[in-house]
Design a protein around this ligand. Structure first.
Ligand SMILES: *Cc1c(COP(=O)(O)O)cnc(C)c1O
Length: 362
């Protein structure tokens, strides 16, 4: 394992095996004598890699045949626009659930193109945040879709269930939770995720779109923002971010070698439980603001009761080789992002440090 453990929320750490493989293949990929960065995206070698990455993703997530997989440049934020532009149709309105900072950004973007109904938002009980049940949402049967964020990366709040929205398609921003646990893709209309948290490096976003939702977008939608363009050209209308795609392919291959999503889910549960256990055991020192039922598997958010100690915590963590534990500038506090690539030993080192810090400063 590397000396430094990187808890960054995104771009996030990658599996060491993936980095080593990319390094080994840098100057001569697949016996071409060239780096994959230098190869044409329409050449047979690159096309083969692209097809395999899609097949691996389909296998890992058991994506049904009536869903297409698109590889899109521009990040999850691009999808904040693509979803309304492609799905509003004649309805020109959609339901959004606001559970945190990323939901809010999606809402703001969709509001530029039509009407957004915020049907539910995070609530507080006993100073802890929770998400109300779907029966309490103000769902609008005439909405073009319902959008939500299964895991709020900055706030550290995650849905433990999938909302049932009946016939209205469910759209999920899974940027920080895709491939972290098994899901049933058929419950969704669209799933999208930027790569830099659980799939690879920044620059590419995966969109899994049910075929009936690939329809005519709003007038004047740019060609590269139309799902139809990706469907008709198999994500090769223009030059895709080839190196990001390649790294994603390596991560998907790595995930299969780890035993797939079921196996990584077990590891993820074990990893997050270790951190939350420390937080619960030392409640008078560490503070959490999320109802235990809604705690994120990927982003453990916490605070110190004595906030004056936060800079010292970060400084000493860094000396111990534990980097990027500072919470988002908006939320403050501390955050350990423990995506699929984070090994058990990384979490063990953090837990050891947290316990030691209580001993010294509690
Ligand atoms: C990181 C993140 C985004 C933003 O992704 P970009 O690639 O920077 O556009 C959106 N949604 C969620 C849930 C995220 O975690």
């Amino acid at each position: 394992m590397r000396k430094v453990i990187n808890f960054n929320a995104g771009p996030a750490m990658l599996p060491e095996e993936v980095l080593l493989k990319a390094q080994a293949e840098m100057l001569d990929w697949n016996n071409t004598g060239m780096s994959i960065m230098e190869l044409g995206h329409r050449g047979p070698e690159f096309q083969e890699m692209a097809l395999k990455s899609e097949a691996d993703l389909r296998e890992l997530m058991q994506i049904p045949k009536n869903y297409q997989v698109f590889f899109v440049a521009g990040g999850a934020t691009t999808q904040f626009a693509m979803v309304p532009l492609n799905l509003f149709g004649d309805k020109m309105n959609a339901d959004y659930v606001n559970t945190g900072i990323w939901s809010k950004k999606a809402i703001d973007e969709a509001s530029r193109y039509g009407t957004v109904n915020v049907v539910a938002h995070t609530q507080q009980r006993h100073h802890l945040a929770y998400i109300p049940e779907v029966k309490d949402w103000l769902l609008n049967p005439d909405a073009a879709y319902v959008h939500y964020t299964p895991n709020e990366t900055i706030d550290g709040i995650e849905f433990p269930w999938v909302p049932d929205t009946g016939d209205v398609p469910l759209v999920a921003d899974m940027t920080s939770s895709i491939l972290s646990k098994p899901i049933d893709v058929s419950q969704y209309g669209i799933i999208y995720a930027g790569a830099q948290k659980n799939i690879g490096q920044a620059g590419i976003t995966i969109a899994i779109v049910r075929e009936d939702l690939i329809q005519d977008p709003l007038p004047r939608t740019p060609t590269l923002y139309c799902y139809k363009t990706y469907a008709e050209h198999h994500s090769f209308y223009n030059t895709p971010p080839t190196y990001s795609w390649y790294i994603a392919a390596l991560v998907l291959e790595w995930l299969k070698q780890q035993g797939g999503v079921e196996a990584i889910y077990k590891r993820n549960k074990r990893k997050s439980a270790k951190i939350y256990e420390v937080l619960d055991k030392h409640k008078d020192f560490y503070l959490t603001r999320i109802d235990p039922e809604f705690r994120s598997l990927m982003n453990a958010m916490f605070y110190l009761h004595d906030e004056k100690l936060t800079p010292l915590f970060l400084e000493q963590a860094s000396l111990a080789g534990l980097e990027n534990l500072r919470g988002h500038r908006v939320s403050g506090g501390l955050r350990a992002s423990i995506y699929n690539a984070m090994p058990d030993e990384g979490v063990d080192r953090l837990v050891e440090f947290m316990l030691d810090f209580v001993k010294r400063h509690g």
